[in-house]
Design a protein around this ligand. Structure first.
Ligand SMILES: NC(=O)c1ccc[n+]([C@@H]2O[C@H](COP(=O)([O-])OP(=O)(O)OC[C@H]3O[C@@H](n4cnc5c(N)ncnc54)[C@H](O)[C@@H]3O)[C@@H](O)[C@H]2O)c1
Length: 492
């Protein structure tokens, strides 16, 4: 798919990175002669961040070209995103030109932070294809994009735009009606105004205000919004109690939100010098890399918080879905007899490495455990499946044969060695290009979660296990099965 981008500054470059890394060809128009350098630098940052963030391989990168005019940027494109400076006249001019040359089926989206879509639709030949797609910086990492239709925008355009953004790993939030500043910027603007007052009044410095966010509410905001967080703050009596407790404070002078400090030279000097001090000489690219690493860590944390991830972690998990697990049960018995069942593939990301550049030991346990979980789900067991019971690991033994490094494709194969109604003995081989990297053996017990006692697995799970292990009975016992630490070992 070809995408036309109008404007290649901070936001346009972020869009370029998201599209190109998702395998789409991007044509950018930006009159700034420095734009190619800047966009390519942002693309480099995005590649670096994606290598840490995603476990799957992205498609081959799309081509990035710089177009000499709006018409050439839009030529052949099926989607156009405008990210020019926040000036209505500039946006109207660019969108008007795109509207003249693009086929009426092409969607025109604007990254505006707060201009009304109706104002941008005025004068277009096809106002029904204009929609706001308001992203957040860095566009290649933050999933939120506000989709705001104007009065003339069709539902089809809204839905198609949201679907396109979803396909790029984003979380589109469709607004119910147009409003200056949309939803997210109205919230950010309120915080920003208050922050400027606190500096203006000498109450706190720029870094103290940032600390007040990043060590507190900012952490909660990354997975629950203000309303859910406050509901919890109301304790068992919930939201009503919270409102009763803090409602009166709304009448007290806790904010200055109706007022704005005058941006005098003095106030600007204070803000700029405090901000310089906060940056401690680090360049924008260094700060961007630091920011990206932190976003990656938060997203990965939210992905790990629940199976399938939570909040933005769920968006990431869907985007970076695991290679489907190939479980062989009774329909391909020949193949099952030849190989262990159930395989999982993972590419090693940078955050798995030790200080010495090798994959940390704990990751082999994680890989084996995740592959075992996938296997259990495939036979109808797992955390949600079986009415109050599931398999718990009682004992594990790992053996390491080779080191693994960033970028390695590791394959985990799971095999059942033995089972009875309450016990399940699992073996996993972790390989790279058919070379054995590590093995793991686990003894699992089926536990009734209500009583906490070992119990028989349900009949359907045992039936599946019976089919699977019967298919593997003729396989030789893996070298090292049943070994204890320090026993001599032979490589397979
Ligand atoms: N920076 C943010 O955090 C952020 C977040 C969300 C949305 N936005 C919105 O995205 C848009 C772009 O903001 P930005 O931060 O990338 O600004 P920016 O100044 O970094 O980039 C604007 C780019 O537009 C180019 N430009 C100027 N005139 C042009 C023209 N006639 N045709 C094509 N390109 C032209 C400039 O050379 C520049 O590269 C704005 O509407 C802004 O409100 C910004």
């Amino acid at each position: 798919m070809i995408v036309g981008l109008l404007g290649g500054g901070v936001i346009g470059a972020g869009w370029a990175a998201r599209w190109v890394l998702n395998g789409h060809d991007v044509q950018i128009f930006d009159p700034d002669p420095e734009a190619p350098r800047k966009v390519n630098e942002v693309l480099t940052q995005a590649r670096r961040a994606y290598a840490k963030l995603l476990t799957r391989d992205l498609p081959p990168e799309g081509a990035l070209t710089f177009a000499p005019s709006v018409a050439t940027a839009v030529e052949g494109a099926v989607f156009v995103q405008e990210s020019a400076p926040e000036r209505l006249d500039v946006k109207q001019m660019l969108l008007g030109r795109a509207d003249e040359v693009a086929d009426p089926s092409v969607i025109l989206a604007s990254s505006t932070s707060g201009l009304l879509p109706s104002a941008m639709q005025a004068g277009l030949r096809h106002p029904e294809r204009l929609v706001v797609g308001h992203p957040f910086n860095p566009v290649y990492l933050l999933p939120l994009v506000e989709v705001c239709p104007g009065p003339a925008t069709t539902m089809q355009v809204v839905n198609d735009t949201a679907a396109i953004y979803s396909s790029l790993g984003m979380h589109p939030l469709t607004l119910r009606k147009e409003i200056d500043g949309f939803v997210a910027d109205r919230l950010l603007e309120a915080l920003w105004r208050e922050a400027l007052w606190l500096v203006n009044d000498g109450v706190a410095t720029t870094s103290e205000i940032d600390d007040a966010i990043r060590f507190g509410a900012g952490l909660r905001w990354s997975f629950m919004g203000t309303f859910l967080v406050y509901r919890i703050a109301g304790g068992e009596s919930g939201m009503r109690h919270f409102m009763a407790q803090f409602g009166p404070a709304l009448q007290w002078p806790w904010t200055k939100l109706t007022d704005v400090p005058e941006l005098t030279d003095d106030l600007l000097d204070t803000i700029v010098s405090q901000s310089d001090e906060q940056a401690s000489g680090r360049s924008i690219r260094e700060l961007e890399a630091l920011r990206d690493d932190c976003i990656v860590a938060v997203l990965q944390g939210l992905r790990a918080a629940r199976p399938g991830g939570y909040a933005a972690g769920a968006t990431l998990d869907q985007f970076d879905h695991h290679a489907p697990v190939d479980v062989i049960v009774d329909d391909d018995a020949d193949r099952a007899l030849r190989s262990p069942l159930s395989t999982m593939q993972r590419r090693v990301t940078a955050d798995w490495l030790d200080y010495n550049g090798h994959v940390n030991d704990s990751r082999y346990m994680q890989l084996s455990s995740e592959a075992t979980d996938e296997f259990l789900r495939s036979i109808g067991s797992g955390d949600a499946g079986e009415g109050g019971g599931s398999y718990f690991t009682a004992e594990s033994h790992l053996a390491y044969y080779l080191q693994a490094f960033e970028g390695d494709e590791l394959t985990v194969e799971v095999r059942v060695l033995d089972h009875d109604p309450k016990r399940l003995r699992i073996w996993t081989d972790i390989t790279r290009n058919d070379e054995l990297v590590a093995t793991a053996e686990h003894m699992l017990l089926h536990v009734d979660r209500a009583t906490g006692r070992v119990s028989s697995a349900p009949r359907p799970v045992l039936d599946m296990l019976g089919v699977v292990s019967a298919a593997h009975e003729s396989l030789p016992m893996p070298h090292g099965a049943g070994r204890s630490i320090g026993q001599p070992r032979t490589k397979r």
